[in-house]
Ligand binder design. Structure first.
Ligand code: NAP
Length: 456
């Protein structure tokens, strides 16, 4: 057994990064010191800034993630951006191994005319806003929302369902979340009446899951509408639905909705399938979305029919997937938007890049649920542990924390997080809520630093 600890830096304090820290410190064959960095002042990544605020059970995962960051062999430093505050090469010089887990922060585009018009936003912007991500400008989203009576959400994955559900819910149902107060107020004042969800293929190919779909049909004061014509399947699509249990259950729910009698409701969610976005309409802002009807091509894909229709809308939310961004010094597959790797070892032209590893969405693309990252991190940590003899053979420089301090950076740690945590709980209590998320970056740093003006 080695007595010299293996120093590992993990870039990203989201689920993938924290599961990596957990797997490294769950084993005792190799002594380790793990330093987890994040560009935000707060840890937990998508569990804080991606999981829908009304999915409280999943958000509660942060309690177990926090316990990992509080382990003796683990250290957290927030408000450090790798690539600008410190380079990957500098990290490599001070640590035996770097595991990159910074996820997929950007959106994919639709590639259609009008996509960049004001009023057309990626789901990442809306999700960041309602989760209180400190990198977003709340006023931009709130201005768009306040002027909209009809919204279209493109994409039929779980993020699209989150967005539709949050927009459809009334203020009474959102009070129990930890959303920032300004988000709660903006949603309470929303005049949205119609919310459209658009899938370009068969309902059997939607990527959302059944529990999340079912929730939409159970919202008080919200009607759900599906055109029965959208649920007609050719033999290939019927076989696809038969072969995939989730698709089969989803179709059963959609069929039940398509048969519900139409009643007057405060809000209506309209689900459309076989509808490919063709053009965003509008001159100075979005006024509608043109959809072209698709049809099964008999091989599991779709063919265009030339049949167009327009959904009037003042807000367009593009929920068509996330993508990772490259980092200087790290190989990147610009087509797949991931870092090329073999079981977590970063590879450059097929050759492993010593000391560099990846986990999470940066490694495999934006798929799976939070728990998927656990197995994913285990695989990467397995690779790190196999490489220990070579990794420890390299001399590493002085302490990373000291280097960051010498640069005069304002950073946060777990003590700072506990101050923010207490503050948010206090802020919530003062309004009869369990917690209210603080979204302002400077305010977070001020609370983290224990400044008295930041007390609730
Ligand atoms: P996703 O499941 O990959 O969904 C992306 C959607 O965008 C698909 O319906 C896709 O349709 C559509 N799309 C892509 N390009 C398009 C285009 N040009 N035009 C029209 N539609 C297009 O991704 P996601 O919803 O962003 O979710 C990311 C991951 O997080 C998923 O694994 C998801 O399950 C997970 N997640 C889970 C939860 C939960 O468990 N509650 C909540 C949120 C997210 P095609 O299939 O036709 O390409």
């Amino acid at each position: 057994m080695n007595s010299r600890p293996l120093r590992v830096t993990v870039v990203g304090a989201g689920p993938a990064g924290i599961f990596t820290a957990a797997a490294l410190t769950d084993q005792d064959a190799v002594p380790v010191e793990v330093h987890v960095l994040d560009r935000l002042p707060t840890p937990f990544g998508l569990v804080r800034h991606g999981v829908a605020p009304d999915h409280t059970a999943i958000r509660d995962l942060r309690k177990s993630l926090q316990r990992v960051l509080e382990r003796d062999a683990v250290r957290f430093t927030g408000n450090v951006e790798v690539g600008s505050d410190i380079s990957l090469a500098e990290l490599q010089a001070s640590t035996h191994a770097v595991v990159l887990t910074y996820g997929a922060a950007r959106d994919r585009s639709l590639g259609i005319p009008g996509e960049q018009l004001p009023g057309s936003i990626p789901a990442t912007d809306l999700v960041s806003w309602y989760c209180g991500h400190p990198g977003t400008d709340p006023s931009a989203v709130e201005a768009l929302l306040s002027g909209a009576t009809s919204a279209v959400v493109v994409g039929v994955g779980n993020v699209a369902l989150d967005v539709v559900r949050i927009l459809a819910k009334g203020p009474g149902e959102l009070e129990s979340t930890d959303m920032p107060q300004h988000v709660l107020q903006a949603l309470a004042g929303s005049r949205l009446r119609d919310i459209h969800l658009v899938g370009r293929r068969s309902p059997a190919r939607a990527t959302f899951t059944t529990k999340e779909l079912r929730e939409l049909g159970e919202l008080p004061g919200v009607g759900v509408r599906v055109d029965p014509r959208d649920l007609e399947l050719d033999p290939v699509e019927a076989a696809a639905a038969e072969a995939n249990k989730v698709a089969g259950r989803n179709l059963a729910i959609l069929r039940e909705w398509s048969e519900r009698p139409r009643t007057e409701t405060a809000r209506t969610v309209h689900l459309h399938f076989w509808s490919r976005p063709r053009e965003v309409l509008g001159t100075d802002r979005v006024s509608g979305l043109v959809l072209e009807r698709t049809a099964p091509d008999g091989e599991g894909g779709v063919a265009l029919t030339g049949e167009d229709r327009t959904i009037p809308a003042q807000l367009l939310i593009r929920s068509v997937g996330y993508r990772s961004v490259p980092l200087a010094g790290l190989p990147f597959d610009a087509g797949a938007h991931v870092v090329p790797n073999h079981r977590g070892r970063v590879v450059d032209d097929g050759v492993p890049l010593a000391g560099h590893y990846v986990a999470g969405w940066l490694k495999r693309g934006p798929s799976g649920v939070i728990g998927t990252n656990k197995m994913d991190a285990l695989e990467t940590v397995g690779a790190v542990l196999e490489d220990v003899p070579q990794l420890l053979g390299r001399e590493v420089g002085h302490d990373l924390a000291q280097q960051l301090a010498e640069r005069g950076l304002v950073t946060t740690d777990m003590r700072a997080w506990r101050r923010i945590d207490d503050h948010e709980v206090g802020l919530g209590a003062s309004r009869g809520r369990l917690r209210t998320t603080v979204h302002d970056w400077e305010e977070l740093l001020s609370i983290a630093g224990g400044r008295p003006d930041a007390l609730p």
